[in-house]
Design a binder for this molecule. Structure first.
Ligand SMILES: *[C@@H]1O[C@H](CO)[C@@H](O)[C@H](O)[C@H]1NC(C)=O
Ligand SMILES: *[C@@H]1O[C@H](CO)[C@@H](O)[C@H](O)[C@H]1NC(C)=O
Ligand SMILES: *[C@@H]1O[C@H](CO)[C@@H](O)[C@H](O)[C@H]1NC(C)=O
Ligand SMILES: *[C@@H]1O[C@H](CO)[C@@H](O)[C@H](O)[C@H]1NC(C)=O
Length: 458
């Protein structure tokens, strides 16, 4: 090393013309040494749809500093001849705060699927350098720096809006058409792909895991559990639960219709409570296309049978679950018919366990957990069948289960910028289109409630 430096110094003194070239050679040599030192550096996988800090090796930092300098000198974003990004490190501007994320200024995240990294910033003066400017929910022109972003043959700067709240509780309409990309729980309406509440790796394992609490050991004072803190949901679920409580015992630990203590509002506590009961009410606050949240995720984690609400594809639970694995309240004409069926299932072990049919298999789950997502999906498909909606057209087919920025990076490295620039952008459909109407659960059962038992299907 000392020899190299001395050699370099003398060259710099006597041959100025080649000094830059040699300086770069020396830097490359140092990088090579650093990369050997760093070879065993541990790396963490970023969680899907979340931000997680990882350590970037010293060698990678030096390489990046050099390539950034070169790019800035040229004022060019590197592209292949088809217009696909060749960048290895991306810079992401968060326009509206890191909603639901642990990311902070300067945090670096590694993307396994593209062997790239990205860094977050919130500093507006960095705008000319960013690759993605992202917003939680859609902002209007004046709130979002669309005019500062360029998408042409020299610079590929993209805008993206993401949302995890349903159309009934977030913005819809034209503002969404301003953005290049849109990510939400909606499996089809997202571009380039959705960012859902599900990590398919974990969802599949949860589905395959045998129940922690066996049928015989389930809570006896009630078959159904409900833990909710929003008592004024868009779809009127509270009024419905109130009616259902008259027909079947429900333990409610949350703020709404509370009748039992012992578990807090935290979802981790909920899973512990859920597993003791035969049924878990996992009805969302609104019934919208693909709007399925951690309520179902946690119910599945508990190993108990979820009670859900979906009609006219709002949402279609077959996209998230195996067939015959949940109770859909809309399959019943009356609250009483639903309650009677729940009792019938709760009192017949064979029948109850038929709703957990996919948990019977020969897979060693400890080894299974180590497999790649593709390999997991292959084995899971062998159990639930290749025709299952969740496999063909649902969460397994569409959720790639990686950080949402990594999804974007993978996409811009595979897709010519011209294609993205001309992609037809649309407004986000409003709640009247995407969701069942306000109070729809009560509406569905209203006739049965008023006439006490007469079945009029909606
Ligand atoms: C990432 O890099 C490693 C080693 O450098 C290589 O084995 C792997 O195939 C690369 N993955 C992708 C997706 O390019
Ligand atoms: C329990 O359910 C199974 C499966 O549906 C059925 O064959 C059986 O007759 C039921 N047993 C009783 C006692 O109802
Ligand atoms: C899937 O569906 C196709 C067409 O309906 C049918 O021919 C095939 O047997 C099904 N496969 C399985 C595994 O059920
Ligand atoms: C419905 O009618 C039955 C008698 O037929 C009665 O016992 C029950 O309390 C009624 N339920 C409601 C909700 O009015």
């Amino acid at each position: 090393m000392r020899l190299t430096v001395r050699y370099l110094c003398s060259i710099v003194r006597y041959r100025r013309r080649f000094s830059i070239l040699l300086l770069i050679s020396a830097l490359l040599f140092i990088i090579f040494i650093l990369s050997i030192i760093d070879r065993n550096h541990p790396e963490l996988n970023p969680l899907p749809n979340s931000e997680q800090e990882i350590k970037i090796t010293t060698a990678q930092k030096v390489i990046r500093a050099i390539s950034t300098t070169v790019a800035q000198q040229n004022r060019l974003w590197p592209l292949d001849e088809q217009g696909r990004s060749l960048k290895n490190h991306f810079f992401v501007f968060d326009a509206t705060g890191f909603f639901g994320s642990a990311a902070s200024e300067g945090v670096e995240v590694k993307c396994e699927s593209s062997n790239t990294t990205f860094t977050w910033t919130r500093q507006p003066n960095q705008m000319n350098k960013v690759d993605f400017a992202i917003s939680h929910d859609a902002r209007l022109q004046q709130d979002f720096p669309f005019d500062k972003l360029h998408l042409n043959s020299e610079r590929q700067q993209y805008s993206m809006a993401f949302i995890m709240e349903s159309e009934a509780h977030s913005s819809t309409g034209d503002a969404w058409a301003n953005y290049n990309f849109r990510m939400s729980y909606n499996l089809d309406d997202s571009y380039p792909e959705p960012a859902t509440y599900f990590d398919v790796n974990i969802h599949i394992i949860d589905l395959l895991t045998p129940p922690v609490v066996k049928f015989e050991k389930k809570e006896t004072r009630a078959d159904v559990v409900w833990i909710i803190s929003n008592c004024d949901a868009h779809n009127g679920r509270q009024g419905f639960i109130e009616q259902l409580m008259k027909e079947i015992k429900i333990d409610s630990y949350g703020l709404c219709l509370n009748n039992r203590q012992g578990y807090g509002d935290r979802m981790t506590d909920n899973v512990e409570a859920y597993m003791k009961y035969k049924f878990v009410i996992a009805i969302e606050n609104s019934n919208c296309i693909d709007y399925v949240t951690e309520k179902l995720v946690k119910a599945v984690e508990s190993g108990s049978v979820p009670i859900v609400a979906g009609r006219n594809g709002r949402p279609d639970y077959r996209r998230f679950m195996p067939d015959h694995s949940y109770i859909n309240i809309f399959d019943y004409p009356t609250v009483k018919a639903l309650a009677d069926d729940l009792k019938r299932i709760a009192n017949n072990k064979t029948l109850y366990e038929s709703y957990l049919w996919f948990k019977k298999h020969k897979i060693n789950l400890r080894l299974f957990a180590e497999l790649s997502l593709n390999e997991k999906i292959k084995q899971f498909t062998g159990i639930v069948g290749s025709n299952a909606t969740m496999i063909k057209d649902g969460i397994v087919a569409k959720e790639k289960s990686e950080n949402k920025i990594c999804k974007l990076i993978r996409f811009v490295r595979q897709t010519p910028w011209q294609e993205i620039a001309t992609h037809k952008r649309a407004a986000r459909p409003n709640e009247n289109i995407a969701c069942l109407q306000r109070g729809n659960i009560l509406d569905h059962f209203r006739s049965s409630l008023s006439s006490n038992g007469s079945s009029v299907k909606n």
